[in-house]
Design a protein around this ligand. Sequence first.
Ligand code: GDP
Length: 341
Amino acid sequence: MADRDFPLEGKRVFVAGHRGMVGSAVNRVLRQRGCEVLTAPRPGVDLRRQEEVERWMRSEQPDAVFLAAARVGGIKANSTRPAEFIYDNLAIQSAVIESARRAGVGKLLFLGSSCIYPKMASQPIVEGALLTGPLEPTNEWYAVAKIAGIKLCQAYRRQYGCNYISLMPTNLYGPGDNFNLQSAHVIPALMHKMHRAKVSGSPEVVVWGSGTPRREFLHVDDLADAAVYLMEVYSGEEQINVGTGRDITIADLALTIREVTGFHGRLAYDRSKPDGTPRKCLDVTRLARLGWRAKTDLRRGLADTYRWFAGAEDASTDRAVSLRGNDRTLSRHRPSESSGH
Ligand code: GDP
């Protein structure tokens, strides 16, 4: 374990994006650590508005900030709502980072995403691959904003001496994820579709693309644990990759989700839907050298996520909401207050 040069116990810590999957997981870990967790009230503080964020931060005076607020979504949402993905993310991170500087916050951790790396980066992707080639076009809006966030932290470090660090999580999943089929990432989307097919007795579930792309997946509780750990031990300029270092094909993922959900029907591949980047797996050597590794096995993490999802489904079915054909968002957060890839 590396030296804890910024111990968090007893500190006032602002979690931006506390309703999101990542923010709520970070919040849980911080509370266990004995931190006083601060969250920006909504309505009242729109994280995209510099003045509102700055006024609130000056009055609350946090010691540290976890910047987990972002407009996030899967491949479809990214390509159909590019303006929201680039504007909201640029606005949120600029407002929070500049406000943190003005309020004299001691340390800030910015959460990015593995999609900042070039589409054709050699795999597994090392931190140094940043800005060495063209991005995956289906999510470049989001990626460009996240790259700007890393650069903001680096520039503030160089010019103002601010101790702001960046983490690049791989694809995340877990309780609290967005299960809305229009905007979900692959794990919640397939889980939702298979659950629905199981409940309705439908014989087939459609999986987008060819099934051949490879992705790495990290449970959000692992990410939260890594974020809190790195806040305490890491103070460098370069972003740090956070992942498991292992990837699987979408086809194998679909089979595992099929087992976990208990859906017994067919999987049909819709090749008219985009595959996105062919492979995305992070090199986590730097993270391992800093003394951290992921703990949650994918299958166990998927089972835990499915329990959460099915519980939320049962609760809403009890409220007499019809399941069939009803694309509800089961996440408890707004899209502008979560984090992902
Ligand atoms: P990405 O990692 O940025 O490409 O985002 P996604 O999680 O949305 O997609 C990952 C891969 O899963 C892509 O190859 C998708 O085509 C594939 N995929 C298969 N079925 C689905 C689905 O139902 N929803 C989503 N979002 N992706 C799917």
